[in-house]
Design a protein around this ligand. Structure first.
Ligand code: 8YV
Length: 309
């Protein structure tokens, strides 16, 4: 049977149910009981960015062969344990790259041009009382990207069309780009107007945006996060925004999502999204098809479509 860790997509659920004996972890009051009860039959786990497979789950499932994640990010899966036990892991790269990059640009525009605040202004009937205050130009701003992988590159390509100079930080300099490389995140933050987090979450990138980086970005700087909440030291971010040490932020992810620090609700220089980077009908369907395609490849002994481990 196939175990799904949490609700993620109804089409995926339906298609899995048509093909396999599907178990839904969230419909059972006690996770441990379900795992124990089906430990001999669960051969695949389908997880996502919210609920993956930790060491405890992997240990509880001796017949587990593959984890097919409905996400590109794999931070909720114990990859080391999977390698150790010969469990295959797949994710959903490429199909969501455009959507996440689109949304990153959307957040930059929304923060600079105060699109959400403008919308509220009109709805509240304030327009009749006077024009909206002036905002900040986006075109031409210097963009610093943390992580120049598939998503980072797609953001860079889009930002270039807005006339934005691009620089980046990653573990090592990329040979095939002309974008300016910074070995230090602080130097990147010192030299850009908008800092974008687009890297994978690993122990090395946890809190990669800390107080020092935020202060390097400064009172006119904008932080965009389409990666993972724990990339940013959130209490420090909230403090910097409240004290005016940071100009603004566009956030699709949070450290303890779906919990969002309430102090952010009172700030009009932030745009807050409920982790919707890949959340289009088209992309979620493509992600679901990739999850199913990987499972089918595995069980028919064909090469996996998007293997990670
Ligand atoms: C999803 C994501 O939000 O791909 C990722 O890493 O964070 C997202 O695409 C999530 O996995 C959908 O359930």
């Amino acid at each position: 049977s196939v175990l799904m860790t949490c609700p993620m997509n109804s089409y995926l659920e339906q298609e899995l149910d048509n093909r396999f004996k599907l178990l839904k972890l969230w419909t059972h009051p006690k996770r441990q009981d379900l795992l124990k009860q089906h430990s001999e039959s669960i051969r695949a786990v389908v997880g996502n960015a919210t609920a993956g497979a930790d060491a405890e789950m992997i240990e509880a499932l001796p017949k587990l062969e593959i984890i097919s994640s409905f996400s590109v990010g794999l931070d909720k899966i114990d990859l080391i344990k999977c390698k150790e036990k010969g469990i295959r892991v797949t994710n959903t790269p490429d199909v969501l790259t455009e959507d996440v990059a689109d949304l990153a640009i959307g957040l930059m525009l929304a923060v600079c041009r105060r699109i959400c605040e403008c919308d509220k202004y009109v709805r509240k009937g304030l327009w009749k009382l006077g024009d909206f205050k002036l905002t900040t130009k986006f075109s031409g701003k210097t963009i610093g990207i943390i992580g120049l992988g598939r998503i980072g590159l797609a953001i860079a390509k889009r930002a270039e069309a807005f006339g934005c100079p691009i620089s980046y930080h990653s573990r090592s300099e990329k040979p095939n780009t002309n974008y300016k490389y910074y070995a230090s995140v602080i130097d990147l933050a010192l030299n850009c107007d908008i800092l974008v987090v687009a890297c994978a979450l690993t122990p090395e990138t946890h809190h990669i945006v800390n107080r020092e980086v935020i202060d390097a970005l400064g009172p006119k700087g904008i932080l965009i996060n389409v990666g993972r909440g724990p990339h940013v030291d959130e209490p420090e971010l909230v403090l910097a925004l409240m004290e005016g040490r940071l100009g603004g932020a566009g956030l699709d992810v949070f450290e303890k999502e779906p919990e969002v620090p309430h102090q952010l609700f009172d700030l009009d220089n932030v745009v807050l999204l409920p982790h919707v980077g890949s959340g289009t009908i088209e992309t979620r369907k493509a992600m679901a098809d990739l999850v199913i395609g990987n499972l089918e490849a595995h069980f028919t002994k064909k090469p996996l479509l998007t293997p990670v481990v």
